[in-house]
Design a protein. Sequence first.
Length: 321
Amino acid sequence: MPTAVITGGHSGIGYSCARHLAIQYKWNLVLAGRSPDKMNKAAEELRRETGVTVTTLALDTSSLASVRAAAAECIAMLGNGELASLDALLCNAGGRFDGPLAYSEDGYEVTFASNCLGHFLLTCLLAEHMVLAGRIVFTASGTHDPDTIDGRLVGAVVDPDAVVLANMGKVGSKPISAGKRYSTSKLCNVLNAYELHRRLRKSRSSMVAMAFDPGSIPDTGFLRTLPKPVQWLAKTTLMKSLSRRLGVTIGSVGFSGASLARLAADPAYAGSSGKYLQSNDGRLMETRSSTLSYDEDKATKLWNQMTVLVRLQPEETRLSV
């Protein structure tokens, strides 16, 4: 039975995706996250409801040590037969971190560390242990495109320079807003998906790498660091109606989670490597990402910078070549 690793699979669209993978596709699941109690509760609910095998994996994507430990545990489970195979890696966890600048235990700005660096490292460590036609999906956001209302509302992206983003606010580095940090981190995820696709094809791999925009979903924990009145307002029918009129990309926990499951398991998306898929108002469709996201030189530079930042060793992966 196929297996998917889902970061943030215990809540929001991650949990919705897990349910759809279990119910519709009969996949086994590995829920990876940093909240053991919430993961265990979600895993028990999924086992009881669907009957599939659900494993939990401790993972804090902002911590390089945690990512390495989680990857090692996953590889060990594949080696001892606890996991029969690894068919999809869904890099879904992430968030927006408002308030004063904060840094990970590695000294990197927490938005970039959580949304980008951790998933980059996890992908590099696990990719060669996946099945030949395995799928890797990076959860992105329409906010990465400054030419859309999504991008204009949250904050226009800045140059995707990994060294600058990781050291944001330190000496010689000017801070940017939480919205810009978030949108730029999502641009980096799109660039990484496309760069991974090119590297996989260069190595003649049949694996699939995609970027997925689930749309704006205030019902998840995305806005948890904003003031309570703002969180309440974002969830009202009035605000959702206004967002739709403005042209905001609209998602929902149920449909966006089901869409992510389709990208992981549906044969219809086996040929979608290097693509940007978007959930918008009840439709899952392939569309264009931002102009900047197709800059191959910036993508290669970003990838190489991240390789250094996460201290990736040659023996850990073949993707760094």
